[in-house]
Write a protein that binds this ligand. Structure first.
Ligand code: FES
Length: 237
């Protein structure tokens, strides 16, 4: 396999052709923030938080979907990159409930972590906000689409890893959200309540009903148990 040599943050790196900038950077310990990237599912490039600066390129490419090219000189934390990331976080927070103190995901929320890291305290843009009813009409999963950042990780893990495709993107633009095929509850969809979507959700849009109010994620231990729901006896975490 051919190899490509690039420079990231003044550090020369040689990686196999086809490697993304994100993977090349992480291989040498350079952290680039991500919200929609998950190595277990297909590339998406939707959130744009992973943008980096490439010398000679006018735009800032998303590191998670841009493959290395010979001679690339990349900066992952330039002033332009930092400004872009702050703006992206402000845009996400402009349409996000400000209930971090009581949110089930607080302390384990990637959006919250990055907002602190990049000094973004709240959304800088005023305007209409999503106002969806919280869905909790099933035994396991609470869906709060007001907190969803449309990273699509739940959609991809459900179709590509679990093989169910119980959920997908629905509507467009400001109305875009994640929904079941007929926009019914999860129980009426093909969802098997495996919990994979909960595991990959970076924010508080999907939370486990059984865990709610029982403590913060870092206070809990994950164990394998038998699902009590339909009698098949699936093993769950
Ligand atoms: Fe790269 Fe979302 S992590 S675009």
């Amino acid at each position: 396999m051919s190899e490509v040599t690039i420079i990231i943050n003044e550090q020369p790196i040689t990686v196999p052709a086809g490697t993304t900038i994100l993977t090349a950077a992480r291989d040498v310990g350079i952290e680039i923030p991500t919200l929609c990237h998950d190595p277990e599912v297909s590339r998406y490039g939707g959130c744009r938080l992973c943008v980096v600066e490439v010398a000679g390129w006018g735009s800032l490419p998303a590191a998670c979907v841009t493959e290395v090219r010979p001679g690339m000189v990349i900066e992952t934390e330039s002033a332009r990159v930092l400004e872009a990331r702050r703006t992206i976080l402000e845009l996400l927070l402009a349409n996000h409930p400000e209930d971090c103190l009581t949110c089930e995901k607080t302390g384990a929320c990637a959006l919250q972590d990055y907002a602190y890291r990049y000094g973004v305290r709240r959304g800088a843009f005023l305007g209409e906000r999503q106002n969806h009813p919280v869905e909790a009409d099933n035994p396991f999963i609470v869906r709060d689409m007001n907190k969803c950042i449309l990273c699509g990780k739940c959609v991809r893990v459900c179709s590509e890893v679990v093989g169910r495709s119980a959920i997908d993107f629905s509507h467009r633009g400001f109305r875009a959200r994640i929904a079941t095929a007929l926009d019914e509850g999860l129980q009426q969809s093909g969802c098997v309540f495996c919990g994979s979507c909960l595991e990959v959700c970076p924010v508080g849009a999907l939370t486990g009903k059984q865990r709610r109010g029982k403590g913060r994620p870092w206070e809990m231990t994950s164990v394998t148990t038998t699902c009590p729901y339909c009698g098949v006896g699936c093993q769950l975490k």
